[in-house]
Design a binder for this molecule. Structure first.
Ligand SMILES: Cc1cc2nc3c(=O)[nH]c(=O)nc-3n(C[C@H](O)[C@H](O)[C@H](O)COP(=O)(O)OP(=O)(O)OC[C@H]3O[C@@H](n4cnc5c(N)ncnc54)[C@H](O)[C@@H]3O)c2cc1C
Length: 372
């Protein structure tokens, strides 16, 4: 039922917005209301706080369906997962949960996650943003880059150093209201794709936040948040799975329409092999994604990190391979902006880079296998 409902939303409300998002790169703010009214923004909020009480599998289903129409819009779907809902559920106090989850349940709250800095991408331990305790508050100074939804978000999950420590020690996590004085949105990052989900530079200048904006223990935020990212990461793969399926569907359609040498190009074995390979990879990716999501939802988290990295890395690689082949099947029309496959190719690239690059996920997988 969820899949059917979201598919209808994707077809009727998301797909028509895509040409405008591509042309003007605007953020489709009308989707906040559409997604919020259907519970798609706030999927993870438990029923006791007035939310839909979704789990990873249902988030993946929703993001896969929206991802068929637009990777950018699928980023808005369940947008609050890592910026707000999951961190609160897993290490928020009762007061923090009450305050934010009841609000998020109404489906109008957007959040952003601010980890990356100009000199700290894969190496999060290199972050320089500092949070200094001052009486009942913290004062935060620093700079972030590539922060998606920063200008639209109501809340921002900010990673900052509260003490010097080795590696990730000393990093804390703050849930900050974006209206806080001292939080400044910088330039919009210029991107190759995923137009419609804007990312920005963010500056914290003497930004004072109440001490109860700290999530979890001081200095242990990084470890806690990595677990949250693990819990949500397969849903990034789900968006890519939707994109890959859409690329295959477009290719199947085109292969049966386009004629060369007096035949449909789908009659040529070279094209058939491409279509077969694309379909096999998608099927394998879907199986890995949903079996991982179900194992994680089942409560057995012994393989959480392993499965989360495997799903993210494998499915997003498959989406890139499939999107590239879709362009090739379309020939010069694959290179034309009049067909969607060039957008799929540009968008697919991004998910191999964010939420941990796929090189970093291969490292994580290998470390898990080797017991390190
Ligand atoms: C459109 C977009 C949206 C984003 N949204 C957000 C957001 O909302 N919030 C946020 O905090 N961040 C966001 N990011 C940032 C993103 O998470 C980082 O770009 C990503 O973590 C990689 O960091 P980096 O770009 O600095 O690459 P680097 O870390 O500099 O990596 C460069 C290359 O070196 C490789 N590499 C690095 N270290 C190793 C290693 N140890 N072993 C092997 N290879 C390695 C990488 O895999 C990569 O190929 C976004 C990025 C983009 C492009």
């Amino acid at each position: 039922m969820l899949r059917e409902m979201v598919r209808r939303v994707a077809d009727e409300q998301v797909r028509p917005l895509v040409p405008g998002m591509e042309e003007t790169r605007r953020f489709p703010e009308e989707l906040v209301e559409v997604f919020g009214d259907l519970g798609l923004l706030q999927m993870w909020v438990p029923e006791e706080y007035g939310g839909p009480g979704g789990d990873l599998t249902s988030v993946c289903i929703a993001k896969e369906e929206i991802g068929k129409a637009s990777l950018a819009a699928s980023t808005l779907c369940a947008n609050n997962s890592i910026g707000l809902i999951l961190p609160l559920l897993h290490f928020g106090t009762a007061a923090q949960k009450d305050r934010y989850l009841n609000e998020a349940a109404k489906g109008r709250t957007i959040s952003a996650v601010a980890i990356t800095e100009p000199e700290a991408g894969s190496d999060v331990s290199a972050i320089r943003t500092r949070a200094r305790r001052d009486g009942d508050s913290y004062v935060i100074d620093g700079q972030k880059s590539w922060i998606t939804w920063a200008a639209q978000a109501n809340y921002m999950l900010v990673f900052a150093r509260t003490s010097e420590g080795r590696g990730h020690e000393g990093i804390s996590v703050f849930l900050v209201d974006t209206k806080t004085p001292g939080l400044k949105i910088g330039r919009k990052e210029m991107k190759m794709g995923r137009h419609g989900s804007p990312s920005y530079q963010v500056f914290f200048e003497n930004m004072r936040v109440e001490a109860d904006c700290l999530l979890g223990e001081e200095g242990s935020g990084f470890k806690a948040c990595m677990r949250i990212l693990d819990l949500n990461r397969p849903s990034v793969a789900a968006s890519s799975l939707g994109l890959a399926q859409a690329a295959l569907d477009e290719s199947l359609r085109y292969a049966q329409e386009r004629r060369q040498f007096g035949k449909r190009i789908g009659d040529f074995q070279a094209i058939q092999f491409k279509l077969a390979d694309m379909a096999m990879k998608i099927e394998a990716a879907r199986t890995l994604l949903y079996s991982s999501a179900q194992e994680i939802d089942g409560g057995d988290t012994s393989r959480l990190t392993l499965l989360s990295s495997m799903a993210k890395c494998y499915v997003t690689d498959v989406a890139m391979e499939v999107a590239l082949e879709a362009v090739q099947v379309h020939g010069s029309y694959g290179y034309s902006t009049e067909y969607p496959v060039e957008r799929f190719m540009r968008d697919a690239k991004l998910n191999q880079i964010l939420e941990g690059t796929n090189e970093i996920h291969r490292l994580i997988i290998a470390r898990q296998l080797l017991g390190k």
